[in-house]
Design a binder for this molecule. Structure first.
Ligand SMILES: Cc1cc2nc3c(=O)[nH]c(=O)nc-3n(C[C@H](O)[C@H](O)[C@H](O)COP(=O)(O)OP(=O)(O)OC[C@H]3O[C@@H](n4cnc5c(N)ncnc54)[C@H](O)[C@@H]3O)c2cc1C
Length: 464
């Protein structure tokens, strides 16, 4: 490239057949195009390539390789550590790769690599069907799936990757391949938990389940009851039927309907429920917990379409807030850990800061630790400590709370963490999060991406 030419014009010259488009710093759209969900991340790529086809993806990979530019891949742009962007390199932005094709007879859905979960849940919900997804509809299918995928249906239907049937992947050499149990099975194994290390997934095929109306919503108790509620919850949840999911949370009640005004802005602890089935068995399944605890401040459980539940947190967490994440896998929650939780729950620094314990048992335990790259099949929960606030002035405070909470509890953890809920925390942490699957992943990485082109992720280094 000549010194007067920008990467944008160079890319436009070299890639005239691109179905999508190139956006660079000289374009008015650049500021919005470079933004990711977490406003704490402020990176300036040399160019953003909005890719509209697998061919576009392949061409942009070729461009990055020829010019030795760092390459980031963005699905929904939700990763807390900003792994969907980079400084000075190329961003493959998959947002134009939409398309959700539901096959209600075969109970399958094909999903474009740039879709968000809201798009998928809405389309499948029309048939009373769903595949497991996350808890916020704007999250990208790409990153959430490739890292594993925890959500309201985990206990009943497994992780998101347990429902992945095949994927179309553009590799580091630009070739498009299918990964399935029959084609490139090593790649298929690796992408079920190994993140974006192995290629760019341009489409996913998922299994669907009959999930129409769910019985869902929160039950809240005063945050001062945190130790008592958590002590009952830790015993209750692993024994509960698989149709019931309930993640434990510390929250502040948002000052808006449907929450009663008298508890607006009150710090609470509670459980966010999702029961797949009718109201009566749902109440029966929740009863052992509810009957063992004092009267809650709110028991807001009601029938609703699964896709409505998936969007329930969207208003509270729009793009553009400051986020700082820490996470750990947990097998058990002994009394000293309960006490630490209760203390930090009461000290949540901002209205949007939160701690969740996502169940990982039930159907997620039916799959063995080496059957997919997602190794922590023996964990009971994925804990996440998320400091969140719209005001950048509070960034240090939310970071401090999240890190100190995590550090005090880490000795009670299973060792690693869910890669989708970690920040950019270095190789040792990634290794700990894959345990025995790390070495096979590193060998598969050497086959499909020997030069580590795809390294803006929870990186697995290639090893022959
Ligand atoms: C508000 C919020 C709620 C969340 N809730 C949940 C939840 O309920 N359950 C859960 O499991 N996780 C949840 N997460 C975490 C989420 O799984 C990760 O943030 C995930 O990385 C998001 O995927 P994305 O495509 O939006 O991210 P991006 O930032 O776009 O990408 C993240 C990583 O995935 C790679 N990637 C993305 N798409 C592709 C693709 N198509 N091909 C190859 N690589 C790709 C990127 O290169 C990057 O390394 C949540 C995150 C947020 C911010």
């Amino acid at each position: 490239m000549s010194t007067t030419q920008s990467w944008t014009s160079e890319a436009n010259e070299e890639l005239p057949g691109l179905a999508g488009r190139i956006i660079g710093p000289e374009d008015a759209e650049y500021e919005s195009a470079r933004a990711v969900y977490n406003a704490m991340i402020d990176r300036r790529p040399a160019l953003i390539a909005r890719c509209a086809s697998p061919r576009d993806v392949s061409d942009v990979i070729g461009f990055s390789r020829r010019h030795e530019l760092l390459l980031a891949v963005r699905g929904g742009g939700h990763h807390g550590g900003g792994l969907g962007t980079c400084d000075g390199g190329v961003v493959i932005d998959l947002s134009p790769l939409k398309g959700v094709e539901v096959d209600p007879q075969q109970r399958k859905v094909r999903v474009g690599g740039g879709c968000t979960w809201g798009e998928v849940d809405t389309a499948t919900g029309e048939y009373g069907l769903a595949t497991p997804s996350g808890i916020i509809s704007s999250t990208g299918v790409g990153g959430l799936t490739l890292g594993g995928g925890l959500g309201h249906l985990t206990r009943r239907c497994g992780l998101v990757v347990d429902n992945l049937l095949e994927a179309e992947v553009v590799l580091a050499n630009g070739k498009a391949v299918r990964a399935s149990p029959d084609e490139h099975p090593d790649l298929f194994w690796a992408i079920r938990g190994g993140g974006g290390n192995f290629g760019v997934v341009t489409s996913f095929l998922f299994r669907l389940h009959e999930v129409g109306t769910v019985i869902a919503g929160p039950t809240f108790w005063p945050v001062e009851d945190g130790a008592e509620v958590l002590s009952v919850y830790r015993e209750f949840l692993p024994e509960a039927p698989r149709d019931l999911n309930g993640f434990f949370a510390f929250h502040t009640v948002p000052p808006a309907p449907p929450f009663p005004e008298e508890i607006h802005l009150r710090k609470v602890c509670g459980v966010v429920w999702c029961y797949v089935g009718p109201a009566k068995p749902a109440a029966k399944a929740m009863a052992p917990l509810l009957d063992s605890l004092p009267q809650p401040l709110m028991h807001g459980v009601a029938p609703m379409p699964h896709s409505t539940l998936q969007g329930a947190f969207d208003g509270l967490y729009p793009a553009g807030d400051q986020w700082y994440w820490r996470a750990d896998f947990v097998n058990e929650i002994p009394d000293p850990a309960v006490r630490i939780h209760a203390r930090y729950g009461a000290e949540m620094p901002t209205m949007k800061s939160t701690m969740h314990l996502y169940p990982i048992d039930g159907a997620a335990h039916d799959v063995g630790p080496t059957e997919t790259a997602w190794g922590y099949r023996d964990a009971t929960w994925g804990s996440v400590f998320a400091g969140v606030d719209p005001d950048p002035a509070n960034a240090d405070e939310i970071r401090r709370w999240s890190v100190e909470y995590f550090e005090e509890l880490h000795p009670f953890s299973a060792g690693g963490a869910y890669v989708n809920m970690m920040m950019d925390e270095g190789e040792d942490r990634v290794r700990a999060s894959y345990r025995d699957n790390y070495d096979p992943l590193a060998r598969i990485k050497a086959v499909y991406d020997p030069d580590n082109l795809f390294r803006v992720n929870q990186n697995i280094r290639p090893r022959t």
